[in-house]
Design a protein. Structure first.
Lengths: 181, 391, 98
């Protein structure tokens, strides 16, 4: 079983990202469960979302305490939340940002992608609220190898309410640009 | 007749309920939004607006009115539905008694959410558990598949001529309502074949007017009516068994029925659970079995009527038994515990513990289950609050 | 001594504005100091400056008490801008300069 924890702010698409990832894995015949943990449901509040992927039916329904990967959509959360809490040794940290934004000597695999710029370039959201979820999923697909980029694009085509081409572009660009530190 | 093509989709518990309502050919919906049930009502309103479901949707200003309008619609012989949660259930409490006493097979989806104060929107079964006295049947779902299937099966059981009592179907807040997982969408024509139309024996008809629930003095059949409610509810035990078999045959499904026994055949210690927390329990059972511990889990689906006989059969040979209560009722012990112990009175020597867990949405974890099984091995019949008072 | 569901949680010292997506900006050359914005603000996020040094539509208004936005607590709901009878308040996207 592979467990991913998303950290974002309300309104950035963290919850949608977790659903898109689940859909992508489902298209590859995996069993998936995904759910958000809301504090107060308002724009800007920290939001956590969980996605589990497995080859067999998933019975674990608690929150994810020992993720295999954490995905951070908004690096301002680093000051508020311990995003790597419980992350497995050699776990993956994927950050919307650039090298140096996150320091770690815990042996985690750290990857960076400037999802904000990719999103804005593709007119997804606006400067105060870029919708970075599809870009970050493209990056995740590359560095985790858990889901193929084609499944991710297919899931995004199914779920995106609008700007499907822009979202698919964002996935492709992030897939190319993501770097492992 | 089995479905030829299996349609499997990822959907949340709320979407699964709305889909179940559509498959059940419900003709009337009236509900008031409350987190975390809102998406059920929104999805149904959308389906009505897009003609995906042939039903009348009435907006009301409160849950009391939602149940009142659902009831009065049902009285005209129309299959009717509502949904609520937490304080919404409390708000309609009076009407719950009225619907059950009127012998109307309404179905209500309940998204189990805690009761305040303090204000809390997360999973906790106190809202439906505190309605266990109303005469409504109760089924607790563990998965989104059950959330959908319980709507079809629920109406069929409720509308049985020898039952004629309303039923509520529970899904835990967020852990099912907002969790997306794969669900098999039952074929529409198979579903109609299974459920048919409502045929209410005594519906309001202008040509044959009748009164519902009018004044009844002490010598009138008040007590007999109440006894009939009780007898009908416990006749429902066999009806659930029959309908489960018919449902599983029709849809090639594996709905467990009144209870589910998980690794109980040779278990020494077992926990009784209800709702989505059972899944994490099963995960823990598997983990402990790998270490050689002979543990099992009994999951109650139908809490009303209470499946005493099934539980008695399941606990044979146990050295210790624990009952989880994800609710607080301020009785001697937890509500489910009290029902279990009453049903086993004078029938067993097995020590039975009570665990209060997960109130206000406090997460129920593998280590909590490990603690509970450890507690059973310690012996005794105490009441323990799990994961309380600091990390 | 029992536990009660009570909380002392004054937000005066906490910035409850960090999730604002746009903020109100008062154009004092239009503001007649009618105080309707102050009255309507649901968050008590508009204060009164008793000795303002702002622009004004006329000289006689210059010395009058004037409303000002408490940007530490304004959540950007836009009610003040909507209610201002003189269109003296504009909602400006956060991140843009105005």
């Amino acid at each position: 079983m592979y467990e991913i924890r998303f950290h974002g702010r309300g309104g950035q698409g963290a919850v949608t990202a977790s659903k898109m990832l689940a859909m992508a894995a489902f298209k590859e015949n995996k069993w998936v469960t995904t759910f958000p943990f809301y504090g107060t449901e308002r724009r800007g509040a920290p939001v956590t979302a969980f996605t589990r992927i497995d080859n067999v039916k998933i019975e674990l329904r608690s929150q994810i305490y020992e993720p295999d990967a954490v995905i951070l959509l908004d690096k301002s959360l680093l000051k508020l939340v311990n995003v790597t809490e419980g992350l497995k040794p050699n776990g993956l940290v994927l950050i919307n940002g650039k090298k140096g934004d996150f320091e770690s000597n815990n042996g985690f695999k750290v990857a960076y992608v400037d999802a904000t710029s990719i999103a804005l370039k593709n007119h997804l959201g606006d400067p105060s609220h870029p919708i970075v979820n599809t870009a970050i999923l493209g990056a995740f697909s590359k560095v985790s190898g858990i889901v193929s980029v084609d499944s991710m694009k297919s899931a995004v085509r199914d779920i995106s309410p609008s700007k499907i081409n822009e979202n698919v572009n964002a996935i492709e660009e992030a897939y190319e640009e993501v770097e492992v530190a | 007749m089995k479905a030829q093509n299996i349609t499997r989709e990822i959907m949340t518990g709320n979407e699964a309920v709305a889909t179940g309502v559509k498959l059940a050919r419900v003709k009337f919906i009236s509900a008031y939004p409350i987190t975390p049930q809102t998406a059920i009502v929104e999805k149904l309103a959308e389906m009505v607006a897009n003609n995906k479901i042939n039903a009348k949707f009435i907006e009301v200003e409160s849950e009391h009115s939602a149940m009142a309008s659902t009831m009065t619609s049902e009285i005209t012989g129309i299959r009717s539905f509502t949904a609520s949660s937490s304080h919404g259930i409390l708000y309609m409490h009076e009407m719950l008694h009225w619907v059950a006493g009127s012998r109307l097979p309404v179905l209500m989806a309940v998204v189990n959410r805690a009761i305040g104060p303090p204000w809390n929107i997360w999973a906790d079964q106190t809202d439906s558990i505190t309605q266990r006295d109303t005469g409504w049947m109760q089924v607790y779902c563990e998965s989104n598949q059950e959330a959908m299937d319980s709507i079809l099966l629920g109406y069929k059981v409720a509308e049985n001529k020898n039952v004629m009592l309303p039923i509520m179907s529970m899904q835990d807040a967020f852990t099912l309502s907002h969790t997306s997982e794969p669900v098999i969408i039952r074929d529409e024509s198979d579903a109609y074949d299974y459920i048919g139309d409502l045929n209410l024996p005594f519906s309001i008809d202008l040509k044959n007017p009748l009164g519902y629930g009018s004044l009844m003095p002490p010598d009138g059949p008040f007590m007999e009516l109440k006894k009939d409610m009780r007898d009908s509810m416990y006749r429902a035990l066999d009806v659930v068994k029959e309908e489960t078999k018919k449902f599983n045959d029709k849809f090639n499904a594996d709905f467990p029925g009144l209870i589910e026994n998980f690794m109980m055949e040779d278990a020494d210690y077992a926990l009784i659970t209800m709702g989505s927390m059972s899944s994490t329990g099963k995960y823990t059972v598997r983990k402990l079995r790998e270490k050689g511990m002979k543990v099992g889990l009994i999951r109650i689906l139908f809490y009303r009527p209470f499946p005493a006989e099934e539980i008695l059969k399941s606990i044979r040979g146990l050295k210790g038994l624990g009952v989880l209560d994800r609710s607080i009722t301020f009785g001697q012990r937890g509500a489910v515990y009290e029902d279990v112990v009453t049903s086993l009175y004078n029938k067993t020597d097995i020590p039975i513990k009570n665990y209060i867990i997960g109130l206000g949405g406090r997460d129920i974890r593998v280590k909590d289950y490990e603690r509970m099984y450890e507690g059973l091995m310690e012996g005794g019949d105490s009441m323990e609050w799990i994961n309380v008072g600091g990390k | 001594m029992v536990m009660t569901p009570t909380a002392y949680y004054p937000t005066t010292n906490i910035k409850t504005s960090s999730w604002r997506t746009s903020k109100p900006v008062i154009d004092y050359s239009k503001c007649t100091r009618c105080m309707i914005c102050w009255k309507f603000c649901p968050d008590v996020a508009i204060d009164i400056n008793e000795n303002p040094d702002y622009e004004a539509p006329a000289d006689r208004i210059k010395k009058m008490e004037a409303p000002f936005i408490d940007y530490d607590h304004c959540k950007g709901c836009g009610i003040c801008a909507n209610e201002c009878p003189f269109d003296a308040i504009e909602m400006v996207r956060e991140g843009e300069n105005k």
